[in-house]
Ligand binder design. Structure first.
Ligand code: ADP
Length: 494
């Protein structure tokens, strides 16, 4: 169905841009010329936004070889740090200039309410500027060895870095990889998710407009098969992945064949541990936002509530009342406070998991109102009464589903929190400072938020443990992830 018929609220400039895209990519840094197309959907209206041309194997290999020759030529990799910083700030300026456009594009492509998408685009600017600031601040050491030698280290870019990114935070997650990579002089080839590739494509045009030399940032477009083509290719120095644990494992297997370095940000099943001593009002809001932001389609989603017995019923009641005020609707409908699930496939998977839980005796409660019945919506849901080993408590659902466990003692809470195979993030809610720090230290997770949840900042390293992956993005840690140390030892001839 044509988009203007179904979604009259889509601004004309977006419709025009999508119309142009359907006729072909206008920039040389998007390589997709297979002749095959796929449909990109607006999940809030269950309608197609545009048919996009997919990349072929030839496009993938061309992107890698152009990235390599750009790297070897040195227009970027050997340029001065202040030049790289200037271009990165210019890209950030252009994102700011077009932030209204990018926000709307990201909102309709992912389905998230426009206000949430605006937050994402602000984050993109912050991450770009943070790493633009790093360009001239990465130094080596001089190292004392023998008096007659001079030893030093240099920090060098890796070469050609690839990224495979998901659809839930398309542009921020791309930026966690792209910004530190190019700040350090690497060339970069990315495959955004086929479910929400539009903001990345628009971003590629801004890179060109900002004067980023050609071959530094390139995109290939399409489904998992295009990603598989990319990660199986020789000639990459690093692959950075964010997505499901299943796909992460297959990328690691591919990288093992070529010996390519990888970093993995995978699934999660983050616990939210709430003690009697918590500020209940604050905790309710934190737990609710932790699971219902982006309709629970967040790797860090606080999807396991672990609550102390005395406050359980009061807490669940307050959560349900919070959920009841949520309005599920289209991304551009101002009343919407929660968007849809990204695809009917994903929505169906969530519904099957909920049916299974019900059949196994769970108490399942949903709330909230639905302002638009067309999209792939799942209401905010709380599931209680099943063992912590049940799939609804143990597996990543990637939807607005909060499962509940109860504890009496602090040690029991820690055991429950760590009973997951995942270890991405956690929340601890307690006004007892000794308790909150004891528990935060004991939880197996890359990030623990205390009396808050989901705070991201360019300065804060982020990544997982256990089945949630390895390697850290953001903060200074990402500089290490996109550089290698060279040691030079010179005989001085004394
Ligand atoms: P989700 O199911 O949550 O979308 P995936 O891990 O399947 O998570 O997808 C994340 C990214 O990985 C997407 O860009 C997707 O196209 C890509 N992808 C999927 N399968 C593969 C694969 N076998 N090799 C490389 N990339 C893949």
């Amino acid at each position: 169905m044509p988009i203007d018929k179904l979604q009259p609220q889509i601004p004309i400039e977006i419709s025009r841009w999508l119309g142009g895209l359907a006729e072909g990519y206008k920039t040389s840094n998007v390589l997709a010329s297979s002749g095959n197309t796929f449909s990109v959907q607006d999940p809030g209206a269950a309608a197609s936004l545009v048919q996009l041309e997919e990349s072929s194997a030839v496009d993938v290999s061309k992107a890698i070889s152009q990235a390599r020759s750009t790297f070897n030529k040195g227009d970027w990799s050997k340029s001065s740090p202040d030049y790289r910083s200037k271009i990165m700030h210019r890209i950030a300026d252009l994102v700011e200039r077009d932030s209204e456009f990018l926000t709307t594009l990201e909102a309709i492509d992912t389905g998230k309410p426009r206000a949430e998408a605006a937050f994402d685009i602000d984050e993109v600017v912050m991450v770009l500027r943070y790493y633009a600031g790093w360009c001239d601040k990465v130094t080596g050491d001089t190292i004392p060895t023998e008096f007659h030698t001079l030893a030093m280290t240099l920090r060098e870019p890796l070469g050609v870095c690839a990224a495979i990114t998901p659809w839930n935070y398309p542009l921020p997650i791309l930026m966690y990889k792209l910004a530190p990579a190019i700040a350090m002089g690497n060339s970069f080839v990315a495959k955004p998710s086929e479910l929400a590739p539009l903001s990345a494509i628009y971003f590629a045009t801004l890179c060109e407009e900002a004067g980023l030399p050609s071959g530094v940032v390139q995109l290939v477009i399409g489904a998992g098969s295009v990603g598989a083509e990319l990660v199986h290719s020789p000639g990459l120095d690093k692959i950075a992945f964010t997505g499901s644990t299943r796909t992460g494992l297959s990328i690691m297997a591919a990288a093992a064949k070529t010996g390519t370095k990888v970093s993995m940000e995978l699934g999660g099943k983050s616990p939210q541990v709430v003690f009697n001593s918590a500020d209940i009002e604050k905790a309710v809001e934190g737990v609710a936002r932790g699971i219902w932001t982006n309709a629970g389609q967040v790797c860090i989603a606080g999807s396991r509530l672990i609550v102390q017995r005395e406050i359980k019923s009061e807490f669940l009641e307050a959560l349900l009342s919070y959920a009841n005020d949520l309005v599920l609707g289209h991304a551009l409908e101002p009343r919407s406070t929660m968007g849809p699930i990204i695809s009917h496939l994903q929505r169906d998977k969530i519904q099957v998991a909920l049916e299974q839980a019900k059949n196994d005796g769970a108490e399942v409660q949903s709330a909230g109102s639905l302002s638009n019945p067309d999209g792939y919506f799942v209401k905010p849901t709380i599931v209680d009464g099943l063992a912590s080993s049940h799939p609804i408590n143990a597996e990543e659902i990637f939807g607005p589903v909060l499962s509940v466990s109860t504890f009496d003692e602090e040690l029991e809470a820690i055991e429950l929190a760590n009973s997951s195979r995942y270890g991405l993030a956690a929340g601890v809610w307690s006004e007892n400072a000794g308790q909150s720090l004891r528990v935060a230290k004991s939880i197996e997770a890359g990030t623990v938020w205390v009396n808050t949840f989901g705070i991201f900042h360019p300065t804060l390293p982020f990544g997982g443990k256990k089945a949630s992956g390895f390697g850290r993005e953001l903060g200074p840690a990402a500089i290490d992830a996109y550089t290698e140390t060279k040691t030079i030892v010179q005989e001085l001839g004394f």
